[in-house]
Design a protein around this ligand. Sequence first.
Ligand code: NAP
Length: 309
Amino acid sequence: MIPVNSVLQVGQFPEVMQMVIDQRITPAHLTDLRAEIPAGSFESILIRSNTQLPIELLEKLPQIKMVATCGVGYDNLPIAYLKQKGIKASNTPGVLNDAVCELAIGMMFGLLRRIPQAHEFVKSKAWSKGLFTVTTTLAGKRIGIVGMGRIGQDLAKRLEPFKVEIAYTGPSAKTLPYTYLPNIKDLAQVSDVLFLACPASPATEKLINAEILEALGPQSYLVNIARGSVVDEAALLVALQQKKIAGAALDVFENEPNPDESFLNLDNVLLTPHIGSATSETRQLMTNLAIDNLEAFYNQQPLLTEVQN
Ligand code: NAP
């Protein structure tokens, strides 16, 4: 049982998530981080991965013992500070794999077959004046996956029926029927489509830089459903503008929700507003898992999906 007014809900939640929250708990709200903290004796925080949790806020709430974030990525949390203060944290791994993989594959096909441009072509009646450009087939291509974790593995399984070869990189080789290449440049060199599915961390910061994009090459595509920080966006923009790579599908950006405007003028990109997990089914599952974790905390049970860092 979660006591009323013991959970502080931080940031804005979509309606579908708020409905789940309101069915299960009665949190206080701090929607705008610049606003006054509402009155209450809060022991936990409920937040989403699109909202950074500032240390300054936690310092004003020294009784907080648990933070539940809705999202598998927890780069929105000050993990070192939480650890130092003995504050537990949970995330929502696994339940969003389906939605993220579906989007990643949809974006890949959108990019290769130029589906948004084809849609515009019909809508603008350009079809009556000529033929749409021919595009690129996936079958026979080589797929690279950076980060063969939960999402990476689900993505690989879904891609197998498309008659592709799959290779991956990451800190460790897995017992999987795909080629492991420890060096990301080697992976980029052999990939026709390179998917990013690793976490945001100091180790992955700007992992995709000019050298890796050069290795990817002018016939190949990048799909980023991980985090904007994994890509050196300045280098990516140059690579796209100078056609050093064929194109990029990007769900995530360094600066959200105001991505670099130079992306908006390119024809070899497909851009989405960080919607990897944004289906109503998935958002409900994520919210329920976050609240299950809060319940476990209040019941003094082990958290279901504790962040282990
Ligand atoms: P996960 O299960 O933890 O998998 C992450 C994988 O990345 C692991 O296999 C890990 O390798 C690998 N990795 C760690 N450091 C790496 C590095 N330096 N280079 C290459 N690979 C590295 O996480 P997940 O559930 O698959 O989620 C992955 C990420 O997707 C999340 O962290 C999040 O940022 C992003 N995401 C985005 C959306 C969206 O809306 N676009 C939605 C959900 C998730 P080991 O197994 O060897 O440790």
